[in-house]
Design a binder for this molecule. Structure first.
Ligand code: AMP
Length: 211
């Protein structure tokens, strides 16, 4: 069964999804990564997406779904959706798409984190671009040292600057948080405390996913 992983930007969704993928043999699909790959391809659609993302806004539900659908259709494994859905409309679209593809959603898990911690984490966050163009986030799964050893270039995501972080948080409260009610009503909702060591968060997450 598929899983939705939600939480404010910086809550640790990517880190935890990576661990789940390794432990339970899921396929991790981060819509942020999918969009950044489209930008890196240099396509016209990528240029349009870059302008929206760099301002910290959401791309349209229709465009997001059409990009995501191609990946989901080619994925036989159970999926961890990271960064999707981000609006109630997307949650409804996901429900329809999964039904159409004969897939089932098992849980929608929110990683919670106090707001000031979110701002601190995102403002300190760094990425590493490896010589082959792959981008990794520096953190528990990929250290600064690994980046340096592999001759990566360290940079800050354009949407991780303090003013963009505050805007992204406002977007999260306004557009993404209402999804919680949607999943509570569907009896799929669960929460884990993201304000602890990544290993502890993972223990909680694993328990929730296996329940
Ligand atoms: P993330 O890497 O998940 O923080 O996503 C980075 C940015 O990509 C977001 O701030 C949005 O601009 C865009 N994005 C990612 N996922 C979605 C989505 N499901 N719907 C719309 N925009 C998205």
């Amino acid at each position: 069964m598929d899983i939705v992983l939600m939480g404010a930007p910086g809550a640790g969704k990517g880190t935890q999804a990576y661990k789940l993928e390794k432990t339970l043999n899921y396929k991790h699909i981060s819509t942020g990564d999918v969009l950044r790959a489209e930008i890196a391809s240099g396509s016209e659609q990528g240029k349009e997406i870059a302008e929206i993302i760099n301002e910290g806004n959401l791309i349209s539900d229709e465009m997001m779904l059409s990009i995501l659908k191609k990946t989901v259709e080619n994925t036989p494994k159970p999926i961890i959706f990271d960064g999707f859905p981000r609006t109630v409309k997307q949650a409804e679209m996901l429900k329809d798409m999964l039904a159409e593809l004969g897939r089932t959603l098992g849980k929608a898990v929110v990683i919670t984190l106090p707001e000031d911690t979110v701002v601190q984490r995102l403002s300190a966050r760094k990425q590493c671009r490896l010589p082959d163009g792959t981008v990794k986030q520096i953190g528990p799964n990929f250290s600064l040292q690994q980046c340096q050893e592999q001759e990566g270039e360290i940079f800050t995501r354009p949407d991780d600057t303090p003013e963009h972080v505050l805007h992204r948080l406002a977007v999260y409260h306004e557009q993404t948080e209402p999804i919680i009610l949607f999943y509570q009503r569907a009896n799929l909702y669960a929460e884990v405390n993201g304000d602890q060591e990544p290993e502890k968060v993972f223990e909680e997450l694993l328990a929730v996913v296996k329940a």
